[in-house]
Design a protein around this ligand. Structure first.
Ligand code: UD1
Length: 420
Protein backbone atom coordinates (compact mmCIF):
# COMPACT_ATOMS: atom_id res chain seq x y z
CA UNK A 1 0.00 0.00 0.00
CA UNK A 2 1.38 3.42 -0.95
CA UNK A 3 2.44 6.00 1.60
CA UNK A 4 2.93 9.69 0.99
CA UNK A 5 5.92 11.53 2.41
CA UNK A 6 5.46 15.28 2.77
CA UNK A 7 8.08 17.74 3.93
CA UNK A 8 6.16 20.65 5.37
CA UNK A 9 6.85 24.31 5.80
CA UNK A 10 6.74 25.65 2.24
CA UNK A 11 3.92 28.07 1.36
CA UNK A 12 1.99 27.08 -1.77
CA UNK A 13 2.48 29.50 -4.68
CA UNK A 14 1.33 29.44 -8.27
CA UNK A 15 -1.61 28.53 -10.46
CA UNK A 16 -3.59 25.35 -11.04
CA UNK A 17 -6.65 24.41 -13.06
CA UNK A 18 -9.57 22.74 -11.28
CA UNK A 19 -10.55 19.24 -12.40
CA UNK A 20 -13.95 17.84 -13.31
CA UNK A 21 -16.12 16.96 -10.35
CA UNK A 22 -16.06 13.43 -8.97
CA UNK A 23 -19.49 13.71 -7.37
CA UNK A 24 -21.04 15.20 -10.50
CA UNK A 25 -19.50 12.73 -12.94
CA UNK A 26 -20.59 9.53 -11.16
CA UNK A 27 -24.38 10.12 -11.46
CA UNK A 28 -23.88 11.47 -15.00
CA UNK A 29 -22.16 8.20 -15.89
CA UNK A 30 -25.03 6.22 -14.32
CA UNK A 31 -27.46 8.22 -16.48
CA UNK A 32 -25.94 6.59 -19.58
CA UNK A 33 -27.86 3.43 -18.58
CA UNK A 34 -31.12 5.19 -19.48
CA UNK A 35 -30.56 5.38 -23.24
CA UNK A 36 -29.32 3.09 -25.97
CA UNK A 37 -27.73 6.07 -27.74
CA UNK A 38 -24.14 7.28 -27.10
CA UNK A 39 -23.47 9.46 -24.10
CA UNK A 40 -20.26 11.47 -24.32
CA UNK A 41 -18.85 13.08 -21.20
CA UNK A 42 -16.00 15.58 -21.33
CA UNK A 43 -13.67 16.61 -18.48
CA UNK A 44 -14.23 13.39 -16.55
CA UNK A 45 -11.57 13.34 -13.81
CA UNK A 46 -8.99 10.49 -13.78
CA UNK A 47 -9.94 8.97 -10.44
CA UNK A 48 -10.28 5.56 -8.89
CA UNK A 49 -14.01 6.14 -8.24
CA UNK A 50 -14.53 6.91 -11.94
CA UNK A 51 -12.69 3.67 -12.83
CA UNK A 52 -14.93 1.78 -10.42
CA UNK A 53 -18.07 3.22 -12.04
CA UNK A 54 -16.66 2.34 -15.50
CA UNK A 55 -16.02 -1.24 -14.34
CA UNK A 56 -19.55 -1.50 -12.98
CA UNK A 57 -21.12 -0.09 -16.16
CA UNK A 58 -19.02 -2.47 -18.31
CA UNK A 59 -20.14 -5.36 -16.12
CA UNK A 60 -23.76 -4.36 -16.81
CA UNK A 61 -23.07 -4.38 -20.56
CA UNK A 62 -22.32 -0.73 -21.30
CA UNK A 63 -19.62 -0.14 -23.91
CA UNK A 64 -17.19 2.34 -22.39
CA UNK A 65 -14.69 4.04 -24.70
CA UNK A 66 -11.89 6.06 -23.17
CA UNK A 67 -11.13 8.69 -25.80
CA UNK A 68 -8.36 10.09 -23.54
CA UNK A 69 -7.95 13.54 -22.05
CA UNK A 70 -11.01 13.09 -19.87
CA UNK A 71 -13.39 12.23 -22.73
CA UNK A 72 -15.40 9.09 -22.04
CA UNK A 73 -18.16 7.65 -24.20
CA UNK A 74 -20.79 5.28 -22.88
CA UNK A 75 -23.27 3.26 -24.91
CA UNK A 76 -25.86 1.08 -23.24
CA UNK A 77 -27.47 -0.33 -26.41
CA UNK A 78 -27.90 -3.78 -24.94
CA UNK A 79 -27.43 -4.50 -21.27
CA UNK A 80 -26.24 -7.94 -20.15
CA UNK A 81 -27.44 -8.12 -16.57
CA UNK A 82 -29.56 -6.34 -14.00
CA UNK A 83 -27.26 -7.33 -11.14
CA UNK A 84 -24.60 -5.06 -9.60
CA UNK A 85 -22.34 -7.39 -7.61
CA UNK A 86 -20.91 -6.83 -4.14
CA UNK A 87 -17.30 -6.81 -5.34
CA UNK A 88 -17.92 -3.70 -7.45
CA UNK A 89 -20.49 -1.89 -5.33
CA UNK A 90 -18.61 -2.26 -2.02
CA UNK A 91 -15.72 -0.16 -3.34
CA UNK A 92 -17.84 2.94 -3.71
CA UNK A 93 -21.16 4.00 -2.30
CA UNK A 94 -22.09 5.96 -5.45
CA UNK A 95 -22.35 2.61 -7.29
CA UNK A 96 -25.81 2.39 -5.75
CA UNK A 97 -26.85 5.02 -8.32
CA UNK A 98 -27.30 2.26 -10.89
CA UNK A 99 -30.34 0.96 -8.98
CA UNK A 100 -32.83 3.51 -10.32
CA UNK A 101 -31.76 3.15 -13.99
CA UNK A 102 -31.63 -0.66 -13.82
CA UNK A 103 -35.18 -0.98 -12.47
CA UNK A 104 -36.29 1.43 -15.17
CA UNK A 105 -34.57 -0.52 -17.97
CA UNK A 106 -35.32 -4.10 -16.81
CA UNK A 107 -38.30 -3.77 -14.46
CA UNK A 108 -36.06 -5.67 -12.08
CA UNK A 109 -32.67 -5.07 -10.43
CA UNK A 110 -30.42 -6.62 -7.86
CA UNK A 111 -27.83 -4.26 -6.40
CA UNK A 112 -25.51 -4.99 -3.51
CA UNK A 113 -25.84 -2.73 -0.49
CA UNK A 114 -22.99 -0.21 -0.79
CA UNK A 115 -19.68 0.31 1.00
CA UNK A 116 -17.61 3.50 0.51
CA UNK A 117 -15.97 5.83 3.03
CA UNK A 118 -16.34 4.79 6.66
CA UNK A 119 -18.16 7.91 7.78
CA UNK A 120 -21.14 6.71 9.74
CA UNK A 121 -23.73 4.10 8.93
CA UNK A 122 -24.92 5.89 5.77
CA UNK A 123 -28.18 4.03 5.16
CA UNK A 124 -29.96 3.92 1.80
CA UNK A 125 -33.49 3.80 3.22
CA UNK A 126 -34.49 7.01 1.42
CA UNK A 127 -33.40 5.62 -1.98
CA UNK A 128 -35.52 2.54 -1.31
CA UNK A 129 -38.50 4.45 0.03
CA UNK A 130 -38.56 6.61 -3.11
CA UNK A 131 -38.27 3.62 -5.45
CA UNK A 132 -41.04 1.82 -3.63
CA UNK A 133 -43.25 4.91 -3.92
CA UNK A 134 -42.59 4.78 -7.66
CA UNK A 135 -44.09 1.28 -7.60
CA UNK A 136 -41.10 -1.02 -7.13
CA UNK A 137 -41.38 -3.90 -4.73
CA UNK A 138 -38.24 -3.94 -2.59
CA UNK A 139 -36.71 -6.78 -0.63
CA UNK A 140 -33.26 -7.22 0.88
CA UNK A 141 -31.74 -10.65 0.35
CA UNK A 142 -28.23 -11.73 1.40
CA UNK A 143 -26.85 -8.20 1.29
CA UNK A 144 -28.54 -7.36 -2.00
CA UNK A 145 -31.43 -4.99 -2.63
CA UNK A 146 -33.86 -6.64 -5.01
CA UNK A 147 -36.25 -4.23 -6.70
CA UNK A 148 -39.07 -5.40 -8.98
CA UNK A 149 -41.47 -3.31 -11.05
CA UNK A 150 -42.76 -5.76 -13.64
CA UNK A 151 -45.19 -3.23 -15.11
CA UNK A 152 -42.72 -0.36 -15.00
CA UNK A 153 -42.50 2.55 -12.57
CA UNK A 154 -45.29 5.06 -12.04
CA UNK A 155 -44.88 8.70 -10.98
CA UNK A 156 -45.67 9.59 -7.39
CA UNK A 157 -45.37 12.25 -4.68
CA UNK A 158 -42.26 11.53 -2.65
CA UNK A 159 -41.18 13.35 0.48
CA UNK A 160 -37.61 12.61 1.58
CA UNK A 161 -37.28 12.30 5.38
CA UNK A 162 -33.67 13.50 5.20
CA UNK A 163 -31.94 15.57 2.56
CA UNK A 164 -29.84 13.11 0.57
CA UNK A 165 -27.77 13.93 -2.48
CA UNK A 166 -27.45 10.49 -4.07
CA UNK A 167 -30.95 9.60 -2.82
CA UNK A 168 -32.35 12.55 -4.80
CA UNK A 169 -30.23 11.59 -7.82
CA UNK A 170 -31.32 7.94 -7.72
CA UNK A 171 -34.95 9.06 -7.56
CA UNK A 172 -34.45 11.38 -10.54
CA UNK A 173 -32.82 8.57 -12.51
CA UNK A 174 -35.77 6.30 -11.75
CA UNK A 175 -38.54 8.87 -12.31
CA UNK A 176 -37.55 10.38 -15.67
CA UNK A 177 -38.88 7.39 -17.61
CA UNK A 178 -41.71 6.53 -15.19
CA UNK A 179 -45.34 6.82 -16.32
CA UNK A 180 -46.87 10.13 -15.25
CA UNK A 181 -45.56 12.84 -12.96
CA UNK A 182 -43.37 12.69 -9.87
CA UNK A 183 -42.80 15.34 -7.24
CA UNK A 184 -39.80 15.10 -4.89
CA UNK A 185 -40.21 17.18 -1.73
CA UNK A 186 -37.24 17.93 0.55
CA UNK A 187 -34.91 17.22 -2.37
CA UNK A 188 -31.19 17.95 -2.15
CA UNK A 189 -30.22 21.29 -3.78
CA UNK A 190 -26.54 20.45 -4.30
CA UNK A 191 -25.00 21.51 -7.63
CA UNK A 192 -24.42 17.81 -8.44
CA UNK A 193 -28.20 17.31 -8.47
CA UNK A 194 -28.57 20.29 -10.81
CA UNK A 195 -25.88 19.03 -13.21
CA UNK A 196 -27.57 15.62 -13.39
CA UNK A 197 -31.00 17.17 -14.00
CA UNK A 198 -29.59 19.47 -16.69
CA UNK A 199 -27.98 16.52 -18.44
CA UNK A 200 -31.19 14.45 -18.26
CA UNK A 201 -33.23 17.36 -19.63
CA UNK A 202 -30.77 17.70 -22.50
CA UNK A 203 -31.37 13.99 -23.17
CA UNK A 204 -35.12 14.64 -23.41
CA UNK A 205 -36.32 14.41 -19.79
CA UNK A 206 -38.77 16.90 -18.32
CA UNK A 207 -37.48 17.99 -14.91
CA UNK A 208 -38.25 21.30 -13.23
CA UNK A 209 -37.04 22.77 -9.97
CA UNK A 210 -33.63 21.07 -9.63
CA UNK A 211 -31.60 23.21 -7.22
CA UNK A 212 -34.67 23.87 -5.07
CA UNK A 213 -36.30 21.75 -2.36
CA UNK A 214 -39.10 20.63 -4.73
CA UNK A 215 -38.37 18.87 -7.99
CA UNK A 216 -41.10 17.98 -10.49
CA UNK A 217 -40.62 15.37 -13.16
CA UNK A 218 -42.95 14.62 -16.06
CA UNK A 219 -42.15 11.10 -17.25
CA UNK A 220 -41.17 10.68 -20.91
CA UNK A 221 -41.07 7.54 -23.09
CA UNK A 222 -37.47 7.69 -24.17
CA UNK A 223 -34.18 9.54 -23.66
CA UNK A 224 -31.62 10.23 -26.38
CA UNK A 225 -27.84 10.51 -26.45
CA UNK A 226 -25.85 13.56 -25.44
CA UNK A 227 -22.39 15.13 -25.46
CA UNK A 228 -21.79 17.25 -22.38
CA UNK A 229 -19.17 18.50 -19.95
CA UNK A 230 -18.76 17.55 -16.30
CA UNK A 231 -18.77 20.66 -14.08
CA UNK A 232 -15.68 21.53 -12.04
CA UNK A 233 -15.09 20.05 -8.62
CA UNK A 234 -16.10 22.52 -5.90
CA UNK A 235 -14.68 20.28 -3.18
CA UNK A 236 -11.30 20.02 -4.88
CA UNK A 237 -11.20 23.81 -5.27
CA UNK A 238 -12.21 24.31 -1.63
CA UNK A 239 -9.47 21.91 -0.53
CA UNK A 240 -6.75 23.82 -2.42
CA UNK A 241 -8.03 27.17 -1.12
CA UNK A 242 -7.74 25.94 2.46
CA UNK A 243 -4.33 24.37 1.76
CA UNK A 244 -2.99 27.62 0.31
CA UNK A 245 -4.17 29.67 3.28
CA UNK A 246 -2.97 27.12 5.85
CA UNK A 247 0.55 27.28 4.37
CA UNK A 248 0.36 31.09 4.19
CA UNK A 249 0.73 30.92 0.43
CA UNK A 250 -0.89 32.59 -2.56
CA UNK A 251 -2.48 30.64 -5.41
CA UNK A 252 -4.84 31.10 -8.31
CA UNK A 253 -7.30 28.35 -9.24
CA UNK A 254 -8.70 28.52 -12.76
CA UNK A 255 -12.04 27.06 -13.89
CA UNK A 256 -13.24 27.44 -10.30
CA UNK A 257 -16.98 27.52 -9.58
CA UNK A 258 -16.88 30.54 -7.24
CA UNK A 259 -20.69 30.83 -7.12
CA UNK A 260 -20.91 27.35 -5.61
CA UNK A 261 -18.24 28.21 -3.03
CA UNK A 262 -19.72 31.43 -1.65
CA UNK A 263 -20.03 30.19 1.95
CA UNK A 264 -16.56 28.67 1.83
CA UNK A 265 -15.05 31.90 0.50
CA UNK A 266 -16.83 33.88 3.24
CA UNK A 267 -15.44 31.54 5.90
CA UNK A 268 -11.89 31.89 4.56
CA UNK A 269 -12.27 35.67 4.50
CA UNK A 270 -13.54 35.57 8.09
CA UNK A 271 -10.33 33.71 8.94
CA UNK A 272 -8.33 36.55 7.39
CA UNK A 273 -7.58 35.41 3.82
CA UNK A 274 -7.72 37.86 0.91
CA UNK A 275 -9.80 36.38 -1.87
CA UNK A 276 -10.27 37.81 -5.30
CA UNK A 277 -12.72 36.33 -7.77
CA UNK A 278 -12.22 37.30 -11.38
CA UNK A 279 -14.28 35.50 -14.02
CA UNK A 280 -13.73 31.79 -13.45
CA UNK A 281 -10.51 32.28 -11.45
CA UNK A 282 -10.22 32.49 -7.67
CA UNK A 283 -7.06 33.91 -6.09
CA UNK A 284 -6.38 33.40 -2.41
CA UNK A 285 -3.63 35.31 -0.65
CA UNK A 286 -2.64 34.25 2.83
CA UNK A 287 0.98 35.36 2.75
CA UNK A 288 2.63 36.20 6.04
CA UNK A 289 -0.55 36.13 8.07
CA UNK A 290 -1.63 33.67 10.67
CA UNK A 291 -5.26 32.65 10.17
CA UNK A 292 -7.81 33.55 12.84
CA UNK A 293 -9.81 30.68 14.32
CA UNK A 294 -13.34 30.42 12.93
CA UNK A 295 -16.35 28.37 13.96
CA UNK A 296 -17.58 26.12 11.17
CA UNK A 297 -20.84 24.19 10.92
CA UNK A 298 -21.46 21.85 8.03
CA UNK A 299 -24.82 22.20 6.31
CA UNK A 300 -26.55 21.05 3.17
CA UNK A 301 -25.92 23.27 0.16
CA UNK A 302 -25.38 26.23 0.12
CA UNK A 303 -23.82 25.82 3.59
CA UNK A 304 -20.24 24.72 4.24
CA UNK A 305 -20.04 21.20 2.74
CA UNK A 306 -19.29 18.28 5.04
CA UNK A 307 -16.66 17.28 2.45
CA UNK A 308 -14.61 20.34 3.55
CA UNK A 309 -15.05 19.89 7.30
CA UNK A 310 -11.76 18.05 7.88
CA UNK A 311 -9.83 20.62 5.84
CA UNK A 312 -11.27 23.55 7.85
CA UNK A 313 -10.35 21.69 11.01
CA UNK A 314 -6.67 21.56 9.99
CA UNK A 315 -6.78 25.28 9.29
CA UNK A 316 -8.12 25.89 12.79
CA UNK A 317 -5.41 23.75 14.39
CA UNK A 318 -2.77 26.39 13.55
CA UNK A 319 -5.01 29.49 13.75
CA UNK A 320 -5.01 32.06 16.51
CA UNK A 321 -7.63 31.34 19.18
CA UNK A 322 -10.19 28.66 19.94
CA UNK A 323 -12.84 27.38 17.55
CA UNK A 324 -15.63 24.89 17.22
CA UNK A 325 -16.40 22.60 14.29
CA UNK A 326 -19.88 21.13 14.18
CA UNK A 327 -20.63 18.23 11.84
CA UNK A 328 -24.34 18.17 11.05
CA UNK A 329 -24.46 15.81 8.07
CA UNK A 330 -22.70 12.59 9.12
CA UNK A 331 -22.56 11.10 12.60
CA UNK A 332 -19.04 9.69 12.50
CA UNK A 333 -16.89 12.10 10.58
CA UNK A 334 -14.18 13.03 13.08
CA UNK A 335 -11.78 10.16 12.48
CA UNK A 336 -9.08 12.61 11.41
CA UNK A 337 -9.06 14.15 14.90
CA UNK A 338 -6.85 11.47 16.46
CA UNK A 339 -4.43 11.71 13.54
CA UNK A 340 -4.22 15.51 13.82
CA UNK A 341 -3.55 15.15 17.55
CA UNK A 342 -0.56 12.96 16.63
CA UNK A 343 0.78 15.95 14.71
CA UNK A 344 0.52 18.16 17.77
CA UNK A 345 -2.93 19.65 17.21
CA UNK A 346 -5.05 20.43 20.26
CA UNK A 347 -8.48 19.07 19.44
CA UNK A 348 -11.03 17.54 21.77
CA UNK A 349 -14.39 16.07 20.92
CA UNK A 350 -17.44 17.37 22.70
CA UNK A 351 -19.96 14.65 21.88
CA UNK A 352 -20.29 12.97 18.49
CA UNK A 353 -20.79 16.08 16.38
CA UNK A 354 -18.65 18.84 17.87
CA UNK A 355 -14.89 19.35 18.01
CA UNK A 356 -13.19 22.11 19.96
CA UNK A 357 -9.85 23.25 18.65
CA UNK A 358 -7.24 25.36 20.36
CA UNK A 359 -4.90 26.83 17.78
CA UNK A 360 -1.20 25.98 18.24
CA UNK A 361 1.81 27.75 16.69
CA UNK A 362 3.01 24.70 14.78
CA UNK A 363 2.20 21.12 13.88
CA UNK A 364 5.08 18.64 14.02
CA UNK A 365 5.54 15.70 11.67
CA UNK A 366 4.52 12.14 12.64
CA UNK A 367 3.31 9.02 10.86
CA UNK A 368 -0.47 9.22 10.37
CA UNK A 369 -3.16 7.06 8.80
CA UNK A 370 -5.69 8.19 6.18
CA UNK A 371 -9.18 6.93 7.08
CA UNK A 372 -11.49 8.30 4.40
CA UNK A 373 -11.24 10.46 1.32
CA UNK A 374 -11.66 13.94 2.76
CA UNK A 375 -9.88 13.06 6.03
CA UNK A 376 -6.93 12.09 3.82
CA UNK A 377 -6.86 15.48 2.16
CA UNK A 378 -6.88 17.13 5.58
CA UNK A 379 -3.82 15.08 6.54
CA UNK A 380 -2.08 16.20 3.36
CA UNK A 381 -2.74 19.83 4.32
CA UNK A 382 -1.47 19.06 7.83
CA UNK A 383 1.67 17.52 6.31
CA UNK A 384 2.21 20.64 4.19
CA UNK A 385 2.29 22.85 7.30
CA UNK A 386 3.94 20.50 9.81
CA UNK A 387 7.60 20.86 10.69
CA UNK A 388 9.65 17.94 9.32
CA UNK A 389 8.58 14.98 7.19
CA UNK A 390 5.09 13.53 7.68
CA UNK A 391 4.27 10.03 6.48
CA UNK A 392 0.63 9.41 5.51
CA UNK A 393 -0.30 5.74 5.34
CA UNK A 394 -3.21 4.30 3.28
CA UNK A 395 -3.02 7.12 0.79
CA UNK A 396 -5.16 5.18 -1.72
CA UNK A 397 -8.22 7.05 -0.44
CA UNK A 398 -6.86 10.21 -2.07
CA UNK A 399 -6.76 8.60 -5.51
CA UNK A 400 -10.50 8.01 -5.24
CA UNK A 401 -11.18 11.73 -5.28
CA UNK A 402 -8.31 14.10 -6.17
CA UNK A 403 -7.11 14.15 -9.76
CA UNK A 404 -3.35 14.69 -10.21
CA UNK A 405 -2.99 15.67 -6.57
CA UNK A 406 0.77 15.04 -6.40
CA UNK A 407 1.47 16.94 -9.61
CA UNK A 408 -0.76 19.86 -8.67
CA UNK A 409 0.80 20.25 -5.23
CA UNK A 410 4.32 19.83 -6.59
CA UNK A 411 3.65 22.53 -9.20
CA UNK A 412 2.65 24.81 -6.30
CA UNK A 413 6.02 24.19 -4.61
CA UNK A 414 5.18 21.37 -2.20
CA UNK A 415 7.77 18.70 -1.44
CA UNK A 416 6.19 15.27 -1.50
CA UNK A 417 6.70 11.77 -2.83
CA UNK A 418 5.11 8.35 -2.71
CA UNK A 419 6.68 5.12 -1.56
CA UNK A 420 5.23 1.64 -1.72
C1 UD1 B 1 -22.94 12.63 -1.20
C2 UD1 B 1 -21.53 12.84 -1.66
C3 UD1 B 1 -20.60 12.94 -0.46
C4 UD1 B 1 -21.08 14.03 0.48
C5 UD1 B 1 -22.55 13.82 0.84
C6 UD1 B 1 -23.12 14.99 1.63
C7 UD1 B 1 -21.49 11.68 -3.77
C8 UD1 B 1 -20.99 10.53 -4.56
N1 UD1 B 1 -21.15 11.71 -2.49
O1 UD1 B 1 -22.95 11.40 -0.46
O2 UD1 B 1 -19.30 13.27 -0.95
O3 UD1 B 1 -20.31 13.97 1.68
O4 UD1 B 1 -23.34 13.71 -0.35
O5 UD1 B 1 -23.02 16.16 0.92
O6 UD1 B 1 -22.12 12.58 -4.30
N2 UD1 B 1 -29.09 9.31 4.66
C9 UD1 B 1 -30.10 8.54 5.20
N3 UD1 B 1 -30.79 7.70 4.36
C10 UD1 B 1 -30.52 7.61 3.03
C11 UD1 B 1 -29.50 8.41 2.49
C12 UD1 B 1 -28.80 9.25 3.34
O7 UD1 B 1 -30.36 8.59 6.41
O8 UD1 B 1 -31.17 6.83 2.33
C13 UD1 B 1 -28.33 10.23 5.55
C14 UD1 B 1 -26.84 9.92 5.58
O9 UD1 B 1 -26.55 8.92 6.52
C15 UD1 B 1 -26.27 11.26 5.96
C16 UD1 B 1 -27.21 12.24 5.26
O10 UD1 B 1 -28.40 11.51 4.98
O11 UD1 B 1 -26.36 11.44 7.35
C17 UD1 B 1 -26.68 12.83 3.97
O12 UD1 B 1 -26.20 11.76 3.16
P1 UD1 B 1 -26.27 11.82 1.57
O13 UD1 B 1 -26.56 13.21 1.12
O14 UD1 B 1 -27.12 10.73 1.07
O15 UD1 B 1 -24.78 11.49 1.18
P2 UD1 B 1 -24.35 10.72 -0.12
O16 UD1 B 1 -25.32 11.03 -1.19
O17 UD1 B 1 -24.03 9.33 0.21
Amino acid sequence: MDKMLITGGTPLYGEIVASGSKNASLPMMAASLLTSEPVMLHRVPKLQDVNTMCDLLKHLGVTVSDLKSGNLQFQASSLKTDTAPYDLVRKMRASFLVLGPLVTRFGHAKVSLPGGCAIGTRPVDQHLKALSQLGAEITVDEGYVVATASNGLTGSNICMDVVTVTGTQNTLLAAVLARGSTRIENAACEPEVVSLATMLNDMGARIRGAGTRTIEIEGVDKLGGISTQVPTDRIEVGTYLVAAFATQGKIVIKDAPSGELQTVIEKLEEAGASIDVSGDAIQIDGTKRRPQSINVETEVYPGVPTDLQAQFMVLNTISAGESRITENIFENRFMHVQELVRLGAKVRLNGPSEAIIEGVDKLRSAPVMATDLRASSSLVIAGLIAEGQTTINRIYHLDRGYEDLDQKLTSLGATLSRVS
